[in-house]
Design a protein around this ligand. Structure first.
Ligand code: NBX
Length: 829
């Protein structure tokens, strides 16, 4: 703040910041300099981690000048900034992405080679920042990539967790969790800015006071913590832009607890500081059924309050008229996790900036928009009034006041319908008094969107029905997307080269151009080359798995992948039932072994550590895999692979090698899915239900190139309303009976019938996600898969058409939709 005006005289200090020369020599020089003077080693003394860090610093140096420019421009310009508020960013590795964006891949490879270093060895040591659970966190990472590539001024705000999503290991086929110490070897991609720290307060009381004749309220907090920003550069692809991802880390303030300090127990006081630093210690690994833990609410408020303050103080010009805030910012709420930002902005405007309530509310409503990512009622976040009032007393008062005004509006509109009022209230009463964060977000947001057409429709019809009646125009859809840079260009270099040869290079930023491949699906020569790429990707995956100690992939196998968080609604058990049924069919002679295509079933999934049923399903997959893969009676035709610790890095090897994409959630439960998009884009055919974005994928790729099965969402509702009895399906279908009986018999648990008993009885007597009801339809669809795969020409043709027709699922398109329908912000330059 108090930096004196600098008056430099040296010509170097007066010159603009310049990046190192974009040449092999320029790169090598900068690399060696970083190795020597930042890492503090000579080339001959350096190890691979030193070299990796020096390489990362070098790439960073190239991006830096652009970044300075963009930040200056962002501060000076009058454009609206998109502030994406997300508790999670599942970034994946940075090195390759940044080399690609800055057009440095070839230069770096050659410069390192001339230093005697194979860049692949350095790639291998990068630890990915796993600062997210799954789809929601990865979506945020795709969005910041697209925003930078589209030159939209944007800041991604989040938390710099010291420990990201846990590392998964298997012990006797069961998941064990290990801490993800991703920062241990250094973090070359971010910069700490302790001088720009924000002080974030908690707890205490509120009081009213007389402010020159006006009665105002102020918050008298009890303790506080510093939020230190760490900036990461988010380079756009080949456009010279660099946006910012600003992640906050909690650091104790000196005056964390003056009371203890003053008591004279100095050592105890210093130890107490770690309490505050716990806030950014660890990512919660639950991707649904939030536990309502105090630390989690602390995390949410911590990053959102820091982000709002940062935007107002550091991004807006000094003395900015906050009445105009909506012209300069949109805060996009990535699910309910940042929704506490709504009362926080109100507090800042009303208590601190002394703007009158109604005006402040009008501003706030224009500054937020809310994206919902779920349909499961248990996943909708609520905070007990008790906890929220203790941790954030002023915010609770503000929420009550927002609710009072909102319920008045409901009465005006619908009359005194007390049941409706109770149903719509932001405050719920049962089973305990709580704040319904999705309702708060809906009331406060200028727009509310779901993440696929079906999901948005179900939000309007069910989850948020009364709100949609009240404000039909508030609701909109933006179907998710994925970044083609990471998930096609980087993950699948051979297919990318083939596409570029056929269509030119523009597809990377204009994915609809993939349509040009449609004509080539009927070209035998192109099909052959496409198939050769798939085969090569399978060999590459095989090498990656081999390095992890997994068995090799067989060349001629259909690679059937199910990669996503482990969840009952996603129905990994349905997949297991198919495997067991096929195995049982071959062994019993019911199935003609020659009609079964050789297949490898490949799973990747982490379970929330406290989710018992999900962990039992993991155990079952591994147990079935052990038996099936080893049984000589299936003649090597069926293999099950479940590499531990599925993450973005592993996804980048699996997706390009996949033939079949399993998207088999119960209709009406998967909001969108994004893995489904990545797999289709890489030429896998989908076997899927009419759920989430599968609906749109099927519409685009065509029924002939998609294996649809299962109940539709209305059929699910009807069967459920009818009183669903899974045991009836078990009785009716012999294939299902044999499969379940085999599991129950102990065939996969050394004869011990107790191991999977809870799983079996859950299926027979509860089966919330109706795996048994969809089983026979699923098996029939799998028979169609076998038949289709037997015709390789036809299969490859379908695979090409999947690629050609998936351009819609670029996150660039998703960003355009957000810009047009919600943000109304424009690119710069
Ligand atoms: O968000 C996922 C949905 O399940 C997918 O259908 C969708 O494609 C994706 C992106 O829109 N949701 C998700 O990943 N949720 C979480 O990870 C999550 C994390 C923490 C939490 C609740 C949910 N408390």
């Amino acid at each position: 703040e108090n930096t004196p005006e600098l008056r430099p005289t040296h010509p170097l200090a007066l010159a603009p910041v310049v990046a190192p020369a974009a040449s092999v020599d320029g790169f090598a020089k900068q690399f060696l300099q970083n190795l020597n003077f930042d890492q503090g080693v000579t080339l001959s003394n350096s190890d691979v981690n030193d070299q990796y860090l020096a390489l990362a610093y070098t790439v960073r140096d190239y991006l830096m000048a652009r970044w300075f420019d963009d930040r200056a421009q962002q501060k000076a310009q009058q454009n609206k900034t998109v502030c994406y508020l997300s508790a999670e960013y599942l970034l994946g590795r940075q090195l390759d992405n940044n080399l690609l964006a800055a057009r440095l891949t070839d230069i770096a490879t050659e410069a390192l080679a001339q230093c005697g270093i194979d860049i692949d060895d350095l790639r291998a040591v990068e630890i990915e920042p796993g600062l997210g659970n799954g789809g929601l966190g990865r979506l945020a990472a795709c969005f910041v990539d697209s925003l930078a590539t589209m030159s939209v001024p944007a800041i991604g705000y989040g938390i710099r967790y010291e420990y990201g999503i846990f590392r998964q290991a298997f012990v006797d086929g069961q998941q064990v969790e290990q801490p993800d110490a991703w920062l241990r070897m250094g973090s070359p991609w971010d910069f700490a800015h302790p001088e720009a720290a924000q002080t974030i307060s908690f707890a205490g009381t509120t009081e009213t006071y007389d402010d020159e004749g006006v009665e105002r309220t102020r918050w008298v907090p009890e303790w506080n913590v510093l939020a230190v920003p760490y900036n990461m550069m988010v380079p756009g692809y080949h456009n010279g832009r660099v946006n910012t991802l600003r992640l906050w880390r909690a650091v104790a303030t000196n005056a964390f607890d003056l009371h203890t300090f003053n008591s004279g127990d100095y050592v105890q006081s210093v130890r107490a500081q770690t309490f505050a630093e716990n806030i950014s210690k660890v990512l919660y690994p639950e991707d649904s059924t939030p536990q309502g833990k105090e630390l989690r609410l602390q995390q949410q408020y911590f990053f959102v309050a820091a982000s709002i303050a940062d935007f107002i103080e550091n991004v807006l010009p000094d003395d900015f008229d906050l009445e105009k805030l909506p012209e300069r910012v949109i805060f996009q709420l990535n699910d309910t996790h940042p929704v506490i930002g709504v009362p926080e902005l109100m507090r800042v405007l009303v208590d601190e900036k002394k703007i009158e309530w109604d005006a402040a509310w009008a501003i706030t409503q224009k500054c937020f928009a809310y994206t919902c990512h779920t349909l499961l009622p248990e996943a909708l976040e609520v905070w007990s009034v008790d906890l929220l009032g203790r941790l954030l007393p002023r915010h609770l008062e503000i929420i009550y006041k927002i609710n009072d005004a909102f319920l008045l509006e409901v009465r005006e509109r619908f009359g005194d319908d007390e049941l409706l009022i109770r149903n719509m209230s932001i405050i719920g009463e049962h089973p305990f008094r709580s704040v319904r964060m999705a309702y708060l977000a809906t009331v406060a947001g200028s727009k509310v969107n779901g993440v696929a057409e079906l999901h948005s429709q179900l939000l309007r019809d069910n989850v948020l029905k009364d709100f949609a009646t009240m404000w039909p125009d508030k609701f909109t859809n933006v179907t998710n997307g994925v970044t083609p840079r990471r998930f096609l260009r980087l993950a699948n270099p051979e297919l990318s080269a083939l596409i570029t040869e056929a269509l030119g290079a523009g597809w990377t930023v204009d994915l609809e151009r993939l349509r040009g491949l449609e004509a080539l699906a009927d070209d035998a020569d192109f099909r052959e080359r496409f198939a050769a790429v798939k085969a090569s990707n399978k060999r590459r995956l095989s090498r990656v798995l081999d390095a992890r100690g997994e068995p090799a992939l067989s060349d001629d196998h259909l690679i059937d992948v199910m990669i996503k968080r482990l969840h009952e609604y996603k129905r990994q058990t349905l997949k297991v039932l198919h495997i067991v049924s096929t195995y049982e069919g071959i062994v019993s002679g019911r199935l003609d072994v020659d009609a079964v295509q050789p297949r490898t079933f490949l799973f990747g999934a982490k379970a929330a550590p406290g989710y018992g049923m999900a962990k039992r399903i993991i155990h079952l997959i591994n147990a079935v895999g052990d038996v099936v893969s080893a049984d000589e009676r299936v003649q090597g035709k069926l293999k099950v692979l479940y590499p531990a610790n599925y993450n973005v890095t592993l996804a980048e090897s699996i997706i390009p090698a996949a033939d079949l994409s399993e998207q088999i959630s119960l209709a009406g439960k998967e909001a969108s899915g994004t893995g489904n998009m990545k797999l289709a884009l890489n030429g896998a055919l989908t076997i899927g239900t009419d759920d989430g974005a599968n609906v749109e994928i099927r519409q685009l790729v065509g029924d002939d190139n998609f294996f649809l099965f299962g109940m539709s969402e209305p059929e699910v509702e009807a069967l459920w309303a009818d009183g669903y009895r899974p045991a009836d399906f078990y009785q009716r279908d012999e294939r299902l009976r044999s499969a379940i009986d085999l599991i129950a018999s102990g065939a996969f648990s050394d004869g011990d019938r107790t191991v999977f008993e809870p799983l079996v009885s859950n299926l027979l007597y509860e089966d919330r996600f109706m795996a048994l009801a969809d089983f026979s339809s699923y098996l029939d669809a799998q028979e169609r898969v076998d038949a289709a795969y037997a015709d390789q020409d036809g299969w490859v043709r379908s695979a090409i058409l999947n690629v050609a027709r998936s351009g819609y699922f670029s996150s660039d398109r998703a960003m355009r939709d957000y810009l047009d329908r919600i943000w109304h912000a424009t690119p710069i330059g």
